[in-house]
Write a protein that binds this ligand. Structure first.
Ligand code: ATP
Ligand code: MG
Length: 571
């Protein structure tokens, strides 16, 4: 490709609106263009990289027996009602209606559509297992599109769906897919880790995410300092340090009688604990949520934070948010001094941390007052006692007890064991060996193509630009003749361009009459893996100057037989 003809211009300045490195560099390199919030055009260079990623994914999906098909983007909303996932996706679902007022959805994922398709095509155990996939545009009305290609509203995804006869077969398929995913990221040049994950709106019981470790990542990962436990914070479980009296010990302290204590103007846990001279872990925190509009009282030990994903799962609700003051008041409660003591008429959820240690300080349900020596279950109980705490660095690993660590990551893929969630709701069954109808067991497996590309740039760049891993680079070689007004340079560059292409290398040829500074800056910014410079100086020795984008050293390579040398450096 000749740079003089390439559609898309590099920018001198870093665009101010860019939020992270990949966003900055993709814009600066002229590879993407934003049309609306979270809606992008991919210019030719970006598209080539995306297509390379897609091809790697395709090869690995085919290698484990996947068959590619294509399902519609337009889906009847009716189907989503059947599984109640219209509620689970909520406002994230892009909906529209046709000329006959029939409600449609722009597909954010395809479990319903594929279940319906497989239901029509599978009769017996002989038709299984099946692995079906597509690479297609998905639509999600994200509340906060951000980070360039990281979180968009229209994006390419590879989604594969698996269909098995029983749990054991599903487990085998699931492991096979995890293996394929690891190979995909490795082939794309990415370092990834697998973590336990929450299943979110997709449904099902077990799921794992693939994370690219990056400071700019939206996700927080907790991993054990000793064993191989790793989980998204949305899901992570941990052993909390003991709190309350007897903190640190294995036995609870003796339960003392409850007593009122004046706490004038002290509302937050921090204020109350420092006023009373006690650790935050000896207080009980009360938080109010609105779950599908209904007020819920949540009690957790003062030093811990509520994990809203866990809470949402525990309540089985679709929409969860902090309750507004009016809602709390309407439920007959006083925010700021709320207490589980004597509470009634409101659903109460407690984290097991409130049962560790003894003699906590809790609100007294009247202003400027708290209660000392509150003990569960002596003084109050809850409707639901379930882990809803956010795991923190330093907590103990549930498996081995060693301290947990935290890192940030970008979720580049997600695999789910769906089980019979969709097949039961949609009646997708098969006849087993005994002629008995059973629900087909499913799994689903997604990779965001654009997010993977952005994650690669987050992992591979320097202050001058992108450093593409060779397998996903738009072109392999950046051919950069300097002083093209020199006729010999121009002629030799043309013939070298033709030769490298003939030898099967992918070449971006900077044939522009620009200054060396501009050309070398653009080469760094665009980030092709191998830069080949031709100049009057190199020609004197019959050679070209070759440099890998990620390295500092340059080497002079004789023009004769140069393509073989380049190939050896690249692959
Ligand atoms: P997230 O938690 O980041 O919102 P998700 O869990 O909703 O993602 P999945 O339904 O698991 O996403 O989708 C599969 C993959 O699609 C994700 O692992 C991610 O790589 C990609 N993906 C999901 N949402 C987006 C988005 N809004 N923009 C770009 N890629 C996305
Ligand atoms: Mg996910």
């Amino acid at each position: 490709m000749r740079l003089s003809k390439l559609f898309g211009k590099t920018l001198r300045q870093t665009p101010a609106e860019a939020e992270n490195v990949s966003h900055q560099l993709l814009l600066k390199a002229g590879m993407i263009h934003q049309l609306a919030a979270g809606v992008y055009s991919y210019l030719p260079l970006a598209l080539r990289a995306l297509q390379k990623i897609e091809n790697i994914i395709r090869e690995e999906m085919d290698a484990v027996g996947g068959q590619e098909l294509q399902m519609p983007v337009l889906q009847p909303l009716e189907m989503w009602r059947e599984t109640e996932r219209d509620l689970a996706f909520g406002k994230g679902l892009f909906t529209l209606s046709d000329r006959r007022e029939r409600a449609l959805v722009l597909g954010p994922t395809h479990e319903e559509v594929i279940t319906e398709l497989v239901k029509r095509n599978v009769q017996s155990y002989r038709d299984l297992p099946l692995l079906l996939y597509q690479i297609q545009t998905k639509f999600r009305d994200e509340p906060r599109p951000r980070g360039g290609l990281m979180r968009v509203r229209e994006f390419g995804m590879k989604d594969l769906y698996s269909f098995d006869t029983d749990e054991e077969a599903l487990n085998i398929t699931y492991q096979k897919m995890i293996g394929a995913y690891k190979r995909i990221y490795e082939r794309c040049g990415l370092d990834s880790v697998v973590v336990e994950a929450d299943s979110g709106a997709i449904g099902g019981k077990e799921s794992h995410e693939f994370m690219v470790i990056a400071e700019s990542g939206e996700d927080v990962i907790l991993n054990c300092s000793k064993c191989d436990y790793a989980a998204n914070v949305e899901k992570a479980e941990s052993v909390k340090p003991r709190g309350g009296e007897g903190g640190g010990g294995s036995e609870k302290g003796e339960m003392l009688p409850m007593e009122e204590v004046a706490t004038p103007g002290k509302i937050t846990i921090k204020e109350v604990s420092s006023f009373l001279g006690i650790p935050e872990s000896q207080t009980l925190k009360a938080v109010f949520y609105a779950a599908d509009g209904e007020v819920v009282f949540v009690a957790i030990r003062g030093d811990l934070e509520v994990n809203e994903v866990k809470l949402k799962n525990a309540l089985g609700c679709h929409e969860l948010r902090l309750a507004q003051e009016e809602e709390v008041a309407k439920a007959g409660l006083v925010a700021g001094s709320a207490s589980p003591l004597g509470l009634s008429g409101v659903k109460q959820v407690g984290d097991p941390s409130i049962t560790l240690g003894a003699n906590l300080v809790a609100g007294a349900n009247k202003p400027d007052t708290h209660m000392r020596n509150v003990n569960y279950p002596r003084d109050f109980t809850v409707d639901l006692l379930v882990d809803i705490a956010t795991a923190q660095a330093g907590d103990g690993c549930l498996r081995c007890g060693a301290p947990l660590l935290t890192t940030r990551g970008i979720e580049v893929g997600h695999v789910f064991k769906l089980g019979s969630f969709f097949s039961e709701r949609m009646g997708a069954t098969f006849l087993n060996r005994d002629g008995v109808a059973r629900p087909i067991l499913m799994g689903c497996y997604g990779i965001g193509i654009g997010r993977l590309l952005a994650a690669a740039i987050e992992q591979y760049h320097d202050e001058n630009g992108i450093i593409w891993p060779t397998p996903i680079a738009p072109y392999q070689v950046h051919l950069c003749p300097l002083s093209t007004d020199n006729e010999e340079v121009a002629a030799r560059a043309e013939s070298l361009y033709a030769e490298l292409k003939r030898e099967g290398l992918e070449v971006l040829f900077d044939d522009r009459a620009e200054s060396p500074g501009v050309k070398l800056n653009d080469a760094d910014l665009l980030g092709m893996p191998l830069r080949v410079v031709l100049s009057p100086r190199t020609l004197k020795t019959g050679s070209v100057e070759v440099k890998m984008r990620g390295e500092k050293e340059v080497a002079l390579v004789p023009m004769k037989g140069v393509s073989g040398k380049l190939r050896a450096m690249l692959f």
